[in-house]
Design a protein around this ligand. Structure first.
Ligand code: COA
Length: 368
């Protein structure tokens, strides 16, 4: 029988700097009351020049490894879901691999915008279930503040930075992801996009002057789409897991807008006590929002072993998806490992590997 992919570790990281609605009101023509009424957002975290998608991801990943009590070298696969990668390539996942010293892991980025964490969980689960890997690290990380037009009040009020991570491990007993649905509709791609910087519109003076490197969004269209698909995807995933909505202890939705979350809960007849909402403090951290909300729910004692939880999200693409999980927590036993101490070894290892590559270059250079 195929193994299950248990969620055995979790972590999150946000930058220090908080940007409040009052501060935003000094930057664009808006006010706290409007933002709270239309979105539920009161503040968000914004990356400092030192924070990057990889640095936030690394912190979240190390915490998740600590909770799971496993070494970075135990990780077989790292999937980093992000729409704000450090570069087009190399993948941000490879930067995280190097920084945590996961010397036996494959690593790649996954681009499905705010639905990315659900997609990544599903891909990692499938890799575990088919037996090709035993342990995966799934990270959602964003520094979308770098791509926001701080003069556009329609978008700059929404987004925040942060990262969240899960460790998934193979086990014979039932647990972890029980079902998932992934959907897309590329015909709606222009509703939420970052037009330039790829091969379609390479960076040029014109693309910069035209503001094509900022997030462009049709807010109303995205809102309509989101309210439709959130409950739809949840119901599909729940049915696929042979469960009913009443069997679900906790709904952890993508945190884009409080009104969208409340509409989904209403459509599902789910009381808000069973829904995690933290968009007021983080804004929309895109693919990081579901793992961040999960970590908070655990810390607040809202998620326990044996609980059935639904993760549901939507985003650019358009993409959407949902996953049902049976919550178990870390595997018991074993000597305590301290993955944070691996940071130093990872650094030394990285320096050494660069040095070896440099020396190889000198040697090969001499012979050619
Ligand atoms: N402050 C004050 N007024 C604002 C404003 C702001 N920050 N942003 C827009 N407005 C104005 C508009 O200009 C418009 O004015 P007008 O009627 O004079 O033209 C008015 O408020 C209503 O704009 P509208 O876009 O209809 O507002 P809305 O109720 O749809 O709320 C969003 C806007 C963006 C909050 C909402 O559409 C939304 O949340 N959409 C989903 C976005 C999302 O989740 N994106 C991420 C997907 S992962």
């Amino acid at each position: 029988m195929s193994p299950y992919a248990h969620i055995t570790g979790w972590g999150m990281s946000v930058p220090e700097r908080i940007l409040t609605n009052e501060e935003l009101a000094k930057m664009v023509d808006t006010d706290d009351a409007w933002i709270v009424e239309r979105t539920g957002i009161r503040q968000r975290y914004i990356a400092s020049p030192q924070d990057t998608s990889a640095s936030l991801a690394t912190e979240a990943a190390l915490q998740a490894l600590k909770v799971a009590n496993i070494k970075p070298s135990d990780v077989d696969l790292i999937i980093v879901s992000t729409s704000s990668p450090e570069h087009i390539f190399p993948a941000t996942a490879c930067l995280v691999q190097d920084r945590i010293g996961a010397n036996k892991a494959g690593a790649f980025d996954l681009s499905a915008a705010c639905s990315g964490f659900i997609y990544a969980l599903n891909v990692a689960t499938n890799a575990i279930q088919c037996g090709s890997i035993k342990t995966a690290l799934v990270v959602g990380t964003e520094t979308l503040s770098r791509m926001v037009n701080w003069k556009d009040r329609g978008t700059c009020i929404l987004f925040g930075d942060g990262a969240g991570a899960f460790v998934l491990q193979a086990a014979e007993e039932p647990g972890g992801l029980l079902s998932a649905v992934m959907r897309s509709d590329g015909s709606g791609g222009d509703a939420l996009s970052l037009p330039a910087g790829g091969s379609r519109l390479p960076t040029s003076l014109a693309t910069v002057a035209e503001g094509q490197h900022y997030i462009h969004m049709n807010g109303r269209e995205v809102y309509r789409f989101a309210t439709r698909v959130m409950s739809q995807a949840t119901l599909e995933a729940v049915e696929k897991a042979n469960l009913k909505i009443d069997d679900i202890n906790l709904l952890i939705p993508h945190q884009a807008n409080q009104r969208i979350i409340e509409a989904a809960a209403r459509n599902l007849n789910m009381p808000l006590e069973r829904v995690v909402i933290n968009v007021d403090r983080y804004g929309n951290t895109s693919t990081a929002s579901i793992p961040i909300a999960t970590v908070e729910a655990i810390n607040e004692g809202r998620l326990h072993p044996g609980d059935r939880v639904v993760f549901v999200g939507f985003g650019a693409g358009l993409t959407w998806g949902a996953a049902v999980a049976l919550w178990n927590g870390p595997f018991a036993g074993k000597r305590k490992v301290r993955p944070v101490s691996y940071r130093i070894w990872a650094r030394l290892r990285s320096i050494l590997r660069r040095l070896v590559r440099h020396i190889e270059g000198l040697i090969w250079g001499r012979y050619t």
